[in-house]
Design a protein. Structure first.
Ligand code: CU
Lengths: 282, 200, 556
């Protein structure tokens, strides 16, 4: 560093060329504005504006032709190159484990999230069916309610109709439940390693409560008919069931290192020589 | 954790450092924004084709200004020849081609003026007659205004040449002016197609 | 070749007041012009903000008579127009003016005189708009400002419906400021592409500069449609043309299309710069590099592209075809993808960092949350049937104020606290800054959170009063109290600026231990910016200089 700064200090010039200040552009702008303003005031204003615009343009041209007008600014004897880290923080040594690491260092594999989603989905479905049997004497009740989010005609159906088996509703509910379970499982797999402290508590309790709260608050406005059919205590229970199980499955799986620190070519499996610099190959 | 020992790593020396020229980037940016401006007027013209409630209609009164178009488009060639001559240092050849460019542009303006004169006094089409008049005069007029601005700048350069102030040093500047002129030409191609081909 | 010697900073300070003023008027220095943009913008911010407070006071209680209806219409028009064209645009272009050359290691913008022309055009255009209060009715009446709303829908702005000259003032002044902005855009693009210092390849430009380029391109493409439509309207009003004259077969919808082809990208012209500020401030106060530099830039470019094709989501209620509705609803929702990426990138930057909760960072954190909520209500409004229900209600007002204040104004404040020491050499007071932040945060949420619900309850926007007994009283009263608190917060900010200019703590060249080139020169920077033209090797040139043993360029 010291060598380099010595050199640069030698290169510091005494003066620097800067463009000379000029009022012509401002006069041109004033002229243009007045030329416009004449339209709503008086012809005279436009005429004066046109003259100013012309004068400004000619003056401006004179500033750059045949040579740009410049001034010499004296370089101030600044205490300039103030370049030092302020805080004397302890830093990882170059090459040390975690130096220039890309966070997070470890993640769960995507498969863990999928497994968690499947497991949680089964538990949730089981809880929901139990609720249907206990409250309405039919395992199909909650299934039909879920299908009703996509099938408008079901939302207005009678309780009796909702308690009966409907193959179409069953298929719709199965698809919705399956896809959402998988996606939420994946989301858990991605998010849990970056959640501070206890991931199972977050994934199993905090997230389901937040989600239920949002839904509870907004469903009244979005779909009041459906809202009237939902028993919120059971709803929360189902969500927590999913969250805890999915969280457990994810958290118990093996963490793997990310490969973000490796060069792009290596992550893509390209082994052509010359693709990576020497440094990247390590 | 340990505080690293200071062992500076010397950065690589930059080989060449070439950046595009300011004038070129500036003029291209200007052309881009002008293109957006024109395209709205063209869109309005196309949108109102055939929507006039009263005559005159385009097919009755418009005839394609072929001579005008040839003049304007060929001025794009002469301006290139002029700039090339200036780059080579032949100021007099430059002045000659530059003058030809100016005359061709002037012819275009005069032709447009004649066309408008006929439309206004013979066909009684003004900007307030109908939608055709509104869109025709505003689109063609906008283009003619750009031709006029270009001609004024060309005239200034011509006067400087006559006064002996122009040299090879300004080849780059005149080339930028020629880019603007090409743009005006290209716009004319679009305007011509819209007004005299599609719109008729 | 003879050349004059420029006055040094000290010599300038010794000039009499008039002389110093003259130095500012004739300047072509990008830093001074940038500060003039920002200063002018803040001035109009106060004016237009006071108009907003007046409107909120009028709406505080039902059937109020504080502001008469005609005056209310003028207030809402001038407030909207000024906040977009005289506050948002100039402040943000002012920052770009100031920062872009410093950040790319150049001594000035590419075309310094054009820059001065652009500024003065903007400034005189702005004065012309306010002059309408005196000359708005033309020669035959007293003055009155435009009252046609900031989007001035034709044919209601035709001569037949909008008499006098007030609408002409709106057209002419906004046209002039747009030309000024275009000049700045040309300058920024040219500077970023042609003036970078040695070693600063496009991939090593700071994110702010990248986003400045994106915004400049958007200005070049989005401002002309407005200007063109204004020219058409002017021809209608003065030359008897029929562009928007329905009686002659003109379209009542064309203006709306042209306006929103400009109007929607305009929102991004205002918000993308503050994305840039966030991408600069959040890393410095998290002590980490920006997460996903390339993706950040790519997402911004994607937003710019998509935003050009979504304009008609402002027009769901005019009755387009179902295909049109579906297209514009879908393209609008598509914006959420790159926007979401950016939010994740900022969170990724903060995550695991050593966060310093100074005032710029506080504003940035508030920005993150508020911008996300604004985005969510935006997606709600992108759903065409939902929009039919809520269009022209206070829900829309609350939504876009969440963007314009919750995101943009908050980040402008963050940037002010962050770069004030660079521009003036003194720190803004931290304690006053904290007071400012918390007051503004509370005031903002008191005002705009309830307005969402007022809108859902069906309160229409732009109406000067409302009737009692419709469940709107409480919400509006809270909103008005919030507006007053926001005004107080801005007052604290103004006091802070004045106080700190005189007695603020000396900043030194690099008070935040930051990494971009502007911090390598003195505060305030000398006229020539850098005595020696810098040379860079990575995206964080100052990190490389501070840590020669562990430079960034090894890892980029
Ligand atoms: Cu929009």
């Amino acid at each position: 560093m010291s060598e380099a700064s010595d050199q640069s200090r030698e290169r510091v010039p005494k003066t620097v060329q800067v463009p000379a200040p000029t009022a012509w552009p401002m006069i041109a702008a004033l002229g243009l504005t007045m030329a416009f303003a004449g339209l709503v005031t008086s012809f005279v204003v436009s005429a004066v504006g046109a003259v100013l615009l012309l004068a400004g343009a000619v003056g401006w041209f004179g500033e750059v032709f045949p040579q740009q007008h410049c001034e010499l600014a004296e370089v101030e004897p600044a205490a300039a190159p103030v370049i030092a880290a302020r805080a004397a923080a302890a830093r990882l040594a170059v090459g040390e484990q975690g130096h220039r690491g890309i966070l997070p260092l470890e993640i769960y594999p995507y498969s863990a999230g999928i497994k968690g989603g499947i497991a949680g989905g089964f538990v949730m479905a089981g809880l929901a069916v139990i609720h249907g049997v206990l409250a309405h004497g039919s395992p199909w009740y909650t299934i039909n309610i879920l299908a009703a989010t996509a099938m408008a005609n079901l939302a207005n159906a009678s309780t009796a109709a909702l308690s009966a088996f409907d193959p179409q509703a069953f298929m719709v509910a199965l698809v919705i439940h399956g896809i959402v379970s998988l996606l939420v499982g994946l989301l858990y797999g991605v998010m849990l390693p970056i959640v501070p402290r206890n991931p199972i508590f977050f994934g199993g309790v905090v997230a389901p409560l937040l989600w239920s709260g949002i839904l509870y608050a907004s469903l009244k406005v979005i779909n009041p008919v459906l809202d009237a059919r939902i028993e919120w205590r059971w709803f929360v229970l189902c969500q927590i069931g999913f969250g805890v199980v999915a969280g457990l499955v994810v958290a118990r799986s093996e963490r793997i290192h990310t490969f973000q620190h490796l060069p792009f070519a290596m992550r893509m499996g390209i082994e052509a020589p010359g693709v990576m610099s020497k440094r990247e190959r390590g | 954790m340990a505080t690293a020992a200071v062992s500076p790593i010397v950065p690589p020396v930059h080989a060449q450092w070439n950046l595009p020229r300011r004038g070129r980037a500036g003029i291209l940016a200007l052309i881009l924004t002008e293109t957006a401006f024109f395209s709205i007027f063209v869109a309005a013209y196309v949108f109102y084709i055939g929507k006039s409630l009263s005559p005159p209609y385009p097919r009755d009164v418009l005839s394609p200004p072929i001579v005008n178009t040839i003049c304007l488009l060929s001025s794009s060639i002469t301006i290139v020849l002029a700039v090339r001559a200036l780059r080579a240092g032949h100021t007099r050849v430059f002045g000659l081609w530059w003058l030809v460019t100016f005359m061709l542009g002037l012819e275009f303006l005069a032709g447009t003026a004649a066309e408008w004169y006929g439309l206004i006094y013979h066909d009684h089409l003004t900007i307030s007659t109908n939608l055709f008049g509104t869109t025709f005069y505003s689109l063609v007029g906008l283009h003619a205004m750009h031709v006029t601005i270009g001609l004024i700048m060309i005239l200034v350069v011509m006067l400087l040449t006559a006064g002996g102030h122009l040299s090879r040093r300004y080849a780059e500047h005149t080339e930028m002016l020629s880019w603007y002129w090409h743009f005006v030409d290209a716009v004319w191609v679009v305007v011509f197609t819209t007004v005299y081909v599609i719109g008729r | 070749m003879e050349q004059e010697i420029a006055l040094s900073a000290r010599e300038q300070a010794e000039l009499p007041l008039l002389g110093r003023l003259h130095e500012w008027v004739v300047t072509v220095d990008h830093k001074r012009l940038g500060l003039m943009y920002i200063g002018g913008g803040l001035l109009f911010f106060v004016v237009a903000g006071l108009q907003a407070v007046m409107m909120r006071l009028q709406l505080a209680v039902p059937d109020n008579h504080l502001v008469p209806p005609q005056v209310f219409n003028r207030f809402l028009t001038m407030h909207g127009t000024a906040m977009v064209f005289l506050v948002g645009m100039p402040i943000l272009t002012g920052y770009f003016n100031y920062l872009v050359p410093l950040m790319v290691g150049a001594r000035d913008l590419a075309f310094p005189r054009l820059n001065s022309f652009g500024f003065w055009l903007w400034f005189f255009g702005a004065l012309l708009l306010y002059f309408s209060y005196i000359g708005g009715d033309g020669l035959y009446g007293a003055g009155s400002a435009p009252d046609v709303g900031w989007f001035a829908y034709a044919p209601l702005t035709e001569r037949a419906f909008s008499r006098g000259n007030s609408t002409d003032y709106w057209i002419l002044s906004i046209f002039l400021t747009s030309v000024g902005s275009t000049a700045t855009a040309v300058n920024i693009i040219t500077t970023a592409f042609c003036m970078r210092c040695r070693g600063m390849t496009l991939g090593k430009m700071p994110v702010v500069v990248w986003l400045a380029v994106v915004v400049a391109f958007m200005m070049l493409l989005a401002l002309p449609p407005l200007s063109a439509a204004q020219v058409m309207l002017l021809l209608d009003r003065f030359a008897g043309a029929h562009f928007f004259d329905t009686q002659a077969g003109g379209s009542a919808l064309l203006w709306q299309h042209f306006f929103w082809i400009f109007g929607h990208p305009e929102v991004y012209i205002l918000v993308i710069p503050v994305f840039g500020f966030a991408s600069e401030i959040i890393p410095v106060f998290s002590r980490k590099v920006i997460f996903g530099y390339q993706v950040m830039v790519a997402a911004s470019i994607a937003i710019a592209f998509i935003s050009m094709g979504v304009w008609a989501h402002h027009m769901f209620a005019v009755g387009m075809t179902p295909a049109g509705n579906a297209f514009f609803a879908t393209s609008t929702m598509l914006v959420a993808v790159p926007t979401g990426i950016k939010i994740f990138n900022w969170i990724g930057t903060i995550w695991g960092g050593k966060i310093r909760l100074r005032v710029p960072m506080l504003f940035s954190l508030a920005f993150l949350f508020q911008f996300m909520i604004a985005g969510l209500t935006g997606i709600m409004l992108a759903v065409a049937p939902f929009d039919w229900q809520l269009t022209d209600t206070y829900f829309v007002v609350a939504h876009f104020h969440y963007v314009l204040i919750g995101a943009i104004v908050f980040m402008i404040f963050a940037a002010s606290y962050y770069w004030f020491p660079k521009a003036t050499g003194r720190m803004l007071n931290e304690r006053l800054g904290q007071v400012h932040f918390w007051l503004f945060l509370i005031g903002f949420h008191l005002t705009f959170d309830p307005l969402h619900f007022a809108g859902i309850h069906g309160m229409p926007r732009r109406i000067y009063t409302y009737q009692p007994g419709r469940g709107l009283e409480g919400l509006n009263l809270i909103a008005s109290i919030g507006a007053v608190i926001q005004a107080l917060a801005v007052l604290v900010f103004v006091i802070n600026v004045v106080y700190s200019l005189a007695w603020g703590e000396e900043a030194g060249p690099d008070p935040w231990d930051a990494w971009t080139l502007e911090w390598s020169t003195a505060s305030p920077p000398p006229e020539y910016n850098f005595a020696v033209e810098p040379e860079v090797y990575s995206r964080r040139p100052l990190w490389d200089l501070k840590h020669p043993d562990d430079p960034d360029w090894l890892y980029e």
